[in-house]
Write a new protein. Structure first.
Length: 172
């Protein structure tokens, strides 16, 4: 069991590193395009008719990949963080955290299903670059799948803590 947890922990770190690199690259691209737009306003050497389209795509992807990175690291804000500390007894806190994870899983599973339907079902093309909008939407089911997997993982860890009556749930 320890070897499996160590392997999963390495996978978690690798996935988190990939998501962080993606987020940094997206943020750098957004910064570059915004800077270019400012420069072009003062020195009109080219048209930026594609500006909104690309910025929308990059910003949306940054939000979803960033959310997945926070989900993998298990560092997202939760109402349960402050509420569970006020519950009496260790077992009630563990059960509450499990229920919060279960609600999160339901939400993320619905998000994944509908984002996958949207991505696979769209036939629209972008205006400026005439590329399929499904490419733009792909970040949603990809990150949704990552979050579903990690919600299931977190639920299993919470369930294990309930069975063991252990308040310290490992993140891997």
């Amino acid at each position: 069991m320890t070897a499996v947890l160590a392997l999963l922990s390495r996978f978690d770190r690798a996935l988190l590193a990939v998501l962080e690199v993606i987020c940094i690259a997206l943020f750098a691209a957004i910064t570059g395009i915004l800077t270019l737009n400012i420069v072009v306003r003062f020195f009109p050497v080219m048209s930026m008719h594609w500006f909104d389209e690309i910025l929308e795509m990059l910003y949306g992807a940054l939000v979803f990949y960033g959310a997945a990175a926070v989900w993998v690291a298990h560092e997202h804000f939760s109402v349960g963080d402050w509420l569970s500390k006020r519950l009496p007894g260790k077992r009630s806190r563990l059960v509450y955290r499990f229920l919060v994870e279960a609600c999160s899983l339901v939400f993320i599973a619905i998000f994944f299903k509908y984002s996958l339907d949207l991505t696979l079902g769209t036939t629209e093309m972008t205006t400026a670059f005439a590329m399929p909008k499904s490419w733009l939407y792909a970040c949603m089911p990809i990150t949704g799948a990552i979050m579903v997997i990690y919600s299931v993982k977190n639920m299993l860890l919470e369930l294990r803590a309930i069975v063991r009556d252990d308040d310290t749930v490992p993140t891997s």
